[in-house]
Write a protein that binds this ligand. Sequence first.
Ligand code: BES
Ligand code: ZN
Length: 458
Amino acid sequence: MTNFNSYLEEHRQRFEDDLCELLRIPSVSTDSQYKHEVRQAGEWVANQFRKLQFETELIETAGHPIVYAESPPVEGAPTVLVYGHYDVQPPDPLDEWISPPFEPTCRDGNIYARGATDDKGQMLTHIKSAQAWIETTGKLPLQVKYLIEGEEESGSENLGPFLEIAQERLACDVVVISDCSQFAPGQPAITYGLKGIAYYELRLTGPKQDLHSGSFGGAVSNPINALSRMLAALIDENNRVTIPGFYDDIEPLSDRERQQFAALPFSEQEFKNQIGVEDLSGEIGYTTLERRWARPTYDINGIWGGYQGEGGKTVLPARAGAKFSFRLAPGQVPEQISSALESMLTELCPPGISMELEDMHGAPGIVVSLDSPFMSAAATAIEHGFGRPPVFIREGGTIPVVTEFTEKLGADALLLGWGLDDDNTHSPNEKFCLADFHRGIKASTHLWQELSKIIIDG
Ligand code: BES
Ligand code: ZN
């Protein structure tokens, strides 16, 4: 195998400069104010591929564009599809950032910026590894197709329809995704399970306008009181979701898996310190790792209504609302959760309040087989890049299209996370360890080699 070490060593700075360039583009996909910047980030990614002479296209959708590129086919070798995203979450609360979110800044070996780990930094490793091959040997040892979207953080709504029409173009043997985490610093991992999601906004309307809470309170339903009661009723004192049938379709954790989770060096005390809490809590009967990686959860993500200004205001508000979501265990079906939820909330809604439930987006969870030649190839490549073999983990996040990839393209998925649990993903001061950025590039460079040796039947 070609030795890429000196090439990778010499190009460290150039790769970091490229990453910073991309991080400077505020590609917040959920906020229409950033529409232009999201496209600009897509263009930037497309240009990376054009420089490698890959066939490249910026594909328009009803939302943000999809970047698609491919290297030339290689006879007798498998085809890989790399999926990643160039959009990012909103950066707020802004005043909690030590350095501004779109001015990438290096501190203690980490690069701080929104999108550093999720997913610009991780995604870029698979482009830089291709660049290493092209600039060292002139070609890749297998065909790599790239699908880099701009709507992952808003639910990948327009990617599904594209997969439908582009099945042939996207045909591949394995999908590689780096948009998750290592187990711990110095302990790389392969993620074999992710949670799904069902996301909603609930809006309640009471009287036609805000009222004096003395004159009217107690005689009409207060939308915030109603909202609080309805949202609280969705979970019980054991942290079990109360929606009828909610747990019915879950693929249960096997005893073996529970033992494997328990054998990982996870410290509850360190975890508490990391997030700044005295105690942990969650669904009764499960450990912290089981709750985080494999059990469904319920979280209210935002809530509004009434008076928030200085001093008190004795008001009975006309309206209230909340955004909330369920993380789903593999097996749970978002559409079924939605209809059971709607019935339950309709029943809970008190007289004098009208309710609107918006189903914002949903995606199922996934467990991928550990038993494939692709997994072994990835493990070998990770050991090369990170100097240590990976452990196998599940994670609580969602990558909405993974299931569609496996179903529509019939390909295995390799979830190879280069991030860390304390990267502040979706939070202020998001970071990515630069050493891991370079290890990720090295691992990816080896991955192309290892995967190219796999013989595909048929
Ligand atoms: N990179 C994350 C997914 C992730 C997070 C995987 C943590 C493993 C651990 C991804 O970009 C993401 O944040 N996805 C969203 C999807 C949602 C908006 C539909 C998520 O999980 O909140
Ligand atoms: Zn994310």
